[in-house]
Design a binder for this molecule. Structure first.
Ligand code: F6P
Length: 320
């Protein structure tokens, strides 16, 4: 193996830079040529290739986003797009590839590996919806961002006797909303995985009001409803004022937490080591404290990572 390429793809998240740095430095230390591809699969198709040196990845570990930039690329979903991508990798003599991204990006990585470009995936998405890894890159930073925002809102909620409905990202996965509810002491987490009855929630909030508990936080995962919809439904029946906050892309950015920096470093090194070991078509994952390798096909077949029942029950128990 002489030349490895790396790119970041899909929604950006904090920790991607730590992973890029680890991939590049592990390859360079072993005497390989390292190539960065800009803007994910789009840059692969458009041949935005660039040689990377040790200094190319200096001073990035503390930065959110991705120095390689990212994109969502519909062309890669087509046979023609995949052929073009493989052709470009061959033209640049790339014999190993590391793809850092979410579920769609990892499916693309599997497709390239099947076309005999040895590829290892690194799970990176704030949604934490990728199976076979306890945590994806960016989740911990996003969660800390949410916690910071909700802690601020709670000051106003308490001072003004208000309910705040806080909308988190996560696509069809409620991980961020439930985990944030536990970490912030929110009263409810409305998530796509668990049906909810808005009239029951209203009755419970009203009862709280009668008991003199005059503020509350409802976390709503974007896959369950919008904060606006929930606020409309509860505003006239709970006895205290309602405001909303849509956290949006704020969740994805900012300096990565220690956890995401370390995870990015570990994932990046392991991905390159796996290529050295002759592996391909696999994703690096985290299971407890251990790093694992799992077939990208299994990741794709399994679909969305299931919400942890223990976390759900924790949220329910603590929100009385
Ligand atoms: O997958 C990451 C994510 O931030 C989701 O939580 C969200 O639904 C989506 O990406 C937003 O995508 P975009 O950045 O294209 O608006």
């Amino acid at each position: 193996m002489k030349k490895i390429a790396v790119f970041t793809s899909g929604g950006d998240c904090s920790g991607m830079n730590a992973a890029v740095r680890a991939v590049v430095r592990t390859g360079l230390a072993a005497g390989l040529e390292m190539v960065g591809i800009q803007k994910g699969y789009q840059g692969l198709i458009d041949q935005e290739f660039e040689n990377l040196q040790t200094r190319s990845v200096s001073n990035i570990v503390q930065r959110g986003g991705t120095i390689l930039q990212s994109a969502r690329c519909r062309e890669m979903l087509t046979e023609a797009g995949q052929e073009m991508a493989v052709g470009n990798l061959r033209r640049h003599n790339i014999d190993g590839l590391v793809v850092i991204g979410g579920d769609g990006s990892l499916r693309g990585a599997g497709a390239l590996d099947k076309r005999e470009i040895r590829t290892i995936g690194i799970p990176a998405s704030i949604d934490n919806d990728i199976p076979f890894t306890d945590m994806s890159l960016g989740v911990d930073t996003a969660l800390n961002n949410i916690i910071y925002a909700v802690d601020c809102l709670k000051d106003t909620a308490t001072s003004h006797e208000r309910t705040f409905v806080v909308e988190t990202m996560g696509r069809n996965c409620g991980y961020l909303a439930v985990s944030a509810a536990v970490a912030c002491g929110a009263e409810y987490a409305l998530i796509p995985e668990v049906p909810f009855d808005i009239s029951e929630i209203c009755a419970a909030l009203k009862k709280r009001h009668v008991e003199g508990r005059d503020n509350s936080i409802l976390m709503v995962a974007e896959g369950a409803a919008s904060a606006q919809q929930i606020a409309e439904q509860i505003k006239d029946c709970i006895g205290f004022e309602t405001r909303i906050m849509v956290l949006g892309h704020y969740q994805r950015g900012g300096a990565p937490t220690a956890f995401d920096r370390l995870l990015g470093a570990r994932f990046g090194v392991r991905a390159v080591e796996a290529l050295f070991e002759g592996e391909g078509g696999k994703m690096v994952g985290l299971s407890g404290a251990q790093l694992t390798l799992v077939e990208l096909d299994r990741v794709a077949e399994t679909g969305r990572r299931q919400i942890d029942e223990r976390m759900l029950s924790l949220a329910q128990k603590l929100s009385i």
